[in-house]
Design a protein. Structure first.
Length: 287
């Protein structure tokens, strides 16, 4: 499954977080009117629900960009219980308030993802559930890190990560070269160096066999009910016992187990990043 675990770029995540706080806090009219420019303050970010913490890298970068001192009481991937102090902060009061919303947005969203993924990995096993490329703009690295922290597969971050020949690639080859679908699969796989880890989207036994005979290392069986999925998976394994089989398309965490039982090595679902209950946190001043 190593082919579906990506190296995550924390630098890219931090940069996106700094862009977000610059956009949100370019001009804080309320704080300028209400709070003296030199006023100092201290406070805490408090867990208001139970969750697996994620978003520390982004939050840390945001606070430090405004000169706010932060001491993390909980670490990335650690369980936070309702009432726990996640971190303490000290610094200029205006600066803390400038960071507040962006920091809490990151922590709540990413902790929600990590919590959901932790539950999925505990239910089905580590690396059995995968995220998709369905992420929020500019948050891919952050969301995928949260997925990994929760024990699920990151899969591809961008189109540069791995080779996945999908339906529309095959349709373009069929149109451009007048090829039948199984021929298009062979043509597509043949466009890559021999031995490359190529995954092909299939939806029938014939397509799966064509992918195996062309040298594909993995198949994504898309949008099939469990019984038909099982037939395609069995045919592919009969041709190549080492093939990696991904189940995708309309699959939810609630029915993922049926596809694992039907022969999938792992199941991919957009639920991990796009259907998430954010963790509940708040920043409280102590002065």
């Amino acid at each position: 499954m190593r082919a579906f675990v990506r190296e995550l770029d924390d630098a890219a995540a931090r940069k996106a977080a700094l862009d977000a706080v610059r956009s949100d806090a370019a001009k804080d009219n309320t704080s300028r009117r209400c709070i003296p420019a030199t006023m100092q303050a201290s406070g805490r970010i408090v867990a208001k629900s139970d969750f697996t913490l994620c978003g520390v890298a982004e939050a840390d970068a945001i606070f430090k960009s405004r000169g706010v001192r932060v001491n993390w009481r909980k670490h990335e991937g650690e369980f936070a219980k309702k009432g726990d102090d996640v971190c303490t902060v000290e610094g200029n009061a205006r600066a803390i308030l400038a960071c507040e919303r962006t920091v809490l947005n990151y922590l709540s969203l990413l902790s929600g993802i990590a919590t959901k993924c932790r539950a999925a990995s505990q239910k089905y096993g580590k690396w059995k559930i995968s995220a998709t490329r369905k992420t929020l703009p500019n948050l891919t690295h952050s969301q995928k890190r949260a997925v990994a922290i929760g024990g699920c597969l990151t899969h591809r971050l961008t189109l540069a990560d791995g080779i996945l020949v999908k339906d529309n690639h095959l349709a373009a080859i069929m149109e451009g070269e007048g090829a039948a679908r199984e021929e298009a699969i062979a043509i597509a796989v043949g466009r890559f160096p021999r031995g490359a880890f190529v995954e092909v989207e299939v939806s029938s036994v014939n397509e799966a066999l064509a992918a195996m005979r062309a040298g594909a290392k993995a198949i994504l069986i898309d949008n099939l009910p469990e019984a038909k999925f099982a037939k395609v998976a069995k045919a592919a394994r009969g041709e190549n016992g080492r093939v990696v089989i991904e189940a995708s398309g309309g699959i939810a965490l609630a029915n993922a187990g049926k596809y694992l039982e039907a022969g999938a090595d792992f199941v991919s679902t957009s639920e991990l990043t796009m259907k998430v209950a954010p963790a509940n946190l708040s920043l409280e001043f102590d002065f």
